[in-house]
Ligand binder design. Structure first.
Ligand SMILES: [Zn+2]
Length: 414
């Protein structure tokens, strides 16, 4: 099936860093604009009408013949096009490319859907630039306040509102999409797996069961800048020490709760080799199998950080930037997916520790997810990988699901 390969190749160079080989496709950047143009082109080539909603999410529509009025009860599939810093090629774009290819496959089979079909690309899923993940889907579902969103700031001090304005969008219009529940009958997001579960059972495709509850917390340790050579150790108020203790505390708290906790981003001021820092700002990413475990773990990390800060005479402020509750994908769409894919044998059903737009949209519309095998399990890295064969299988499977959902009567009742 050459269709997947050629569409996939079209975006392989967009936003790719020549040195690292990783992708830097941040929200409202030049790379983001190029990918949006590509999306419009892919949709237009297929005769699909494209709309960008006021939150920057892209929708390409395939309406049944004779359909009048606004789309309702649609089968919607897609993912996101943005990336983490030096991310891989598959996280996000695989779901968007597969969605277009699934449309091609369904059409090649001569099947005409009875309900509208949409391919989507949700805006700013990774939150790499403004710190909050899934901005497009959170705004649409009302789980992110538009004022708070407009004030989000990137590392250069540019607000989301300014970035959208520079990209030719009007940030005053962002906010909840009241027509979402009626428009979307189901949202199915195909995504590269971000672990090794499928490789371990030697299967190409899985259906998602849950998304672990997760969140991001900003820890600000405030100390006193001073000379790295002349300041006696006993006279120092060095916030780096409490931060270092907190990193270790996070690791042991995660182990104790059978969870994960990561400090992957840190900003230090004044950031000089020969200066004791005045401030360390660090972001904790924490995820656990249930909300009680997540809360207990983060409380423990926070307590250890406070203890270490007090011991060194420095200040500590902890701010929850985003906390996403557990998502249990509803049984009905999941059962239908498995039924539509019964010809493939037993399809594994897996929980995921990664956040997704499908998890955010689940608060408002029925959602489901499909995972495509990632042989090494590596993700959010240039090493992220899936074989072309598995990617083609993923698109074909998505087409099977699309056919099942859009041609059988129980589409809207389940
Ligand atoms: Zn993703």
């Amino acid at each position: 099936m050459a269709a997947f390969d050629s569409l996939w190749t079209e975006i392989l160079d967009v936003g790719r860093d020549g040195d690292s080989g990783g992708y830097r496709r941040f929200a409202w950047s030049t790379a983001d604009a190029t990918l949006r143009e590509w999306f419009v082109g892919a949709a237009t080539t297929r005769g699909m009408d494209v709309e960008e909603d006021r939150n920057g999410n892209l929708w390409a529509w395939w309406l049944p013949p004779g359909w009048t009025g606004d789309p309702r009860g649609a089968f919607v599939t897609g993912s996101h096009l943005d990336s983490v810093p030096d991310g891989g090629a598959f996280d996000g774009p695989l779901g968007v490319v597969s969605a277009f290819v699934a449309v091609d496959i369904v059409r090649e089979r001569g099947i005409v859907p009875r309900v509208p079909v949409a391919v989507t690309a949700f805006s700013d899923e990774e939150g790499a630039r403004f710190g909050v993940a899934c901005v497009g889907s959170r705004l649409a579902t009302g789980s992110l306040d538009p004022d708070a969103a407009r004030r989000l700031t990137d590392i250069d001090g540019t607000t989301l509102a300014e970035a959208m304005t520079r990209a030719g969008r009007d940030p005053q219009h962002i906010g909840v999409d009241p027509g979402l529940a009626e428009r979307v009958g189901v949202f199915v997001e195909l995504h590269v797996e971000q672990g090794r579960a499928l490789d371990l059972v030697d299967k190409p495709i899985a259906v998602a069961s849950t998304i672990w509850p997760h969140g991001r917390w900003r820890f600000t340790f405030g100390g006193e800048a001073n000379h790295a050579g002349t300041t006696r150790l006993v006279d120092r108020h060095d916030p780096m020490l409490a931060f270092a203790t907190t990193v270790h505390a996070a690791r042991s708290a995660a182990r104790d709760h059978e969870a994960v906790a990561t400090f992957g981003k840190i900003l230090t001021a004044p950031n000089g080799t020969n200066a004791i820092p005045s401030e360390v700002r660090a972001w904790l990413d924490a995820r656990a199998a249930d909300e009680a475990a997540l809360t207990a773990m983060v409380d423990l990390i926070r307590a250890r950080a406070a203890e270490a800060a007090a011991g060194d005479g420095i200040t500590l402020e902890v701010t929850a930037e985003s906390v996403t509750p557990i998502v249990e994908f509803p049984e009905a769409p999941r059962t239908r997916l498995r039924r539509a894919l019964a010809h493939l044998g037993d399809i594994p059903v897996l929980p995921t520790q990664a956040g997704h737009d499908a998890g955010i949209l689940a608060s408002t519309v029925p959602t489901a997810m499909l995972f495509v095998r990632n042989p090494t399990g590596i993700s959010h890295s240039p090493e992220e990988f899936a074989t072309l064969e598995d990617c083609r299988t993923g698109a074909a499977v998505l087409a099977d699901v699309m056919v099942d959902w859009t041609t059988t009567d129980h589409g809207e009742s389940t």
